[in-house]
Design a protein around this ligand. Structure first.
Ligand SMILES: Cc1cc2nc3c(=O)[nH]c(=O)nc-3n(C[C@H](O)[C@H](O)[C@H](O)COP(=O)(O)O)c2cc1C
Length: 181
């Protein structure tokens, strides 16, 4: 595995069932010596707690836009320090918000504020993925220059068989390495 020492990877974690796979992603990036900072949407925290990501990343987890514990403006400092922001799992909702430039939570604001590379890893039900709205929003993000790790087909958590499974953690790690090394 390539050493990622000195690389700042922001994981922008959204509220999809595939969040549990992001725990493994954090472990793999930490094993490669990367500095991993997790930023979570409020809905992501309904699936996995910040404590899990804090422990695995050995780092503070951010989720509150209006944090008063520090004078620092979190979405700006996170955006500045990032070598790459990885939106994972990218929900239909967050993809739509990013396509339209919404900045109503820490994940969207950080993505909007960064000049770093952005990698989007969608995961959702097949019909949600294939809906014209989602496809149009994905095309918009690709036009902005955002990179994607495409979802794969298989049996989804909802029982559907089709496209929408989060890409493998190995594939996501390889793509991160390709983008920042
Ligand atoms: C059990 C469960 C699983 C879900 N899984 C997904 C998913 O895999 N992908 C997705 O786009 N939305 C999924 N959703 C819907 C999102 O949680 C919902 O759209 C939410 O608003 C996303 O918020 P966020 O984008 O701010 O994290 C799921 C909802 C529930 C209740």
């Amino acid at each position: 595995m390539i050493n990622l020492k000195g690389k700042n990877i922001i994981l922008a974690v959204c509220g999809g069932i595939a969040v549990y796979k992001v725990c493994d992603l954090v472990r793999k990036l930490i094993s490669a010596d990367a500095m991993v900072t997790c930023v979570m949407t409020e809905n992501a925290m309904k699936f996995v707690t910040p404590l899990t990501f804090q422990t695995l990343s050995k780092n503070k987890v951010y989720h509150d836009m209006f944090n008063t514990e520090s004078w620092d403006i979190d979405h700006i400092s996170l955006a500045k320090k990032a070598d790459i922001v990885v939106v994972v799992p990218a929900t239909a909702n967050t993809i739509a918000k990013l396509a339209y430039g919404f900045a109503d939570n820490l994940v969207c604001s950080t993505v909007l504020a960064t000049k770093a590379k952005i990698l989007v890893c969608p995961a959702m039900n097949t019909n949600m993925l294939e809906h014209q709205a989602t496809q149009k929003n994905i095309m918009t993000l690709k036009d902005y220059g955002y990179k994607f790790v495409e979802p794969k087909s298989g049996k989804l958590a909802c029982g559907t068989v089709g496209n929408g499974n989060l890409a493998s953690v190995e594939n996501i790690v390889e793509t991160i390495i390709k983008e920042i090394i």
